[in-house]
Each structure stands twice: as C-alpha cells, then as structure tokens.
Design a protein around this ligand. Sequence first.
Ligand code: HEM
Length: 156
Amino acid sequence: MTSLRAIRLWTCLFVAALLAGCGGPASLYDRVGGFETMVHLGDSLIVDIGRDPVLRERFRGFSWRDIQRQRSANVAFVCAIAGGPCRYDGPDMAEVHRGMDITDAEFDRMIALFAAAARRASPDPVAADEFIARFAPLRAAIVARPGGQTTARTRD
Ligand code: HEM
C-alpha cells in the first residue's frame, strides 16, 4: 500500500469513527428519559390530579374507561411534545378544552403537576425544565379567562 493510500484509509476510518461515536446531540426526548418518563408522567398525572382539591373537580364523573383514555392521551401528547416517536391524534388543545372556562390559576396548577412529575421521573433536571417549557405556549389555547377564578365545569 502506498503511503498516500494509507493516509486516505486512516483518514476515512478516523472520520467514520467520529461520526459513529458522536451520533449528534441526544434529543430532548432521550435526555428527559424516553418512554419510561412519558409513562411515568401519564400515571403520575392521573394520581396527582385525583389528589388536587381544585383540579380533581374538573374530572368528577369520569368513569374508569374515561380515566384510561385520559391517561393514554396524556402519554401520547407529552411524548409528542418531547419530540418522541409517538403521535397524538386526538383533537387539538383548544378544541378539547373549549367551553370549560379554564383559568390561568388552573393552568398554572396543572403545569406545576406536570413539572413535579417530570422532575421526579427524568434523570436530567435540565432536560425536565426544557421539556416543561414546551407546555407554556399551550396557555393561549387552553385558558379561556385570563386571570379568572375557578368555577369548575364538570360532567355532573
Ligand atoms: C398544559 C396543560 C394541559 C395539557 C397539556 C392538557 C392535555 C390534555 C389532553 C391530552 C387531554 C385528552 C384529549 C383527548 O381526549 O384526546 C385533555 C383533556 C382534558 N383536560 Fe386538559 N390539558 C391541560 C390543562 C388542563 C387544565 C388546566 C384543565 C382543567 C382545569 C384540563 C382539563 C381537562 C379535562 C376535563 C379533559 C377531559 C375532556 C373530556 O374528555 O371531556 N386540562 N387535556
């Protein structure tokens, strides 16, 4: 092998090793803990909402089937928001929450539950905060009465 061919070969091997080793920066979905974190979030939210004296009123009258559906929709939704491989194919957030008269205070409370669950589940607290920041723009679609007080509309 001529020295020029040897140099070329080593250069190619070096570049290939770099590409394979680096593989680009990890996605937010991976950094936040992948599907394990998403499922943990889905489960935690159901339990945490059930314990929250304000938010649980919104879900009064939900059947077991309703709760399961809510859990699955939450997992798919948060997974898609994190940039994961899931697809949320339910109605958009404005449509889902239309007519519920949701207040800023309720939205903040829900975000606080999301954030606490994400921090508990994620191996990377910085990624957890980055992930939760992606929920902030949803306020405009979900909150009907900026600054308003809670008058929960339920299924009862
Ligand atoms: C970042 C904030 C929020 C997110 C990401 C979110 C997400 C979702 C998702 C994914 C669903 C299921 C939609 C489907 O069936 O496909 C849903 C339904 C629902 N959400 Fe939210 N939500 C948020 C805030 C809130 C707040 C603040 C309240 C009330 C205070 C609320 C009350 C409800 C209720 C009652 C349903 C069930 C609607 C029904 O099936 O009749 N959500 N939400």
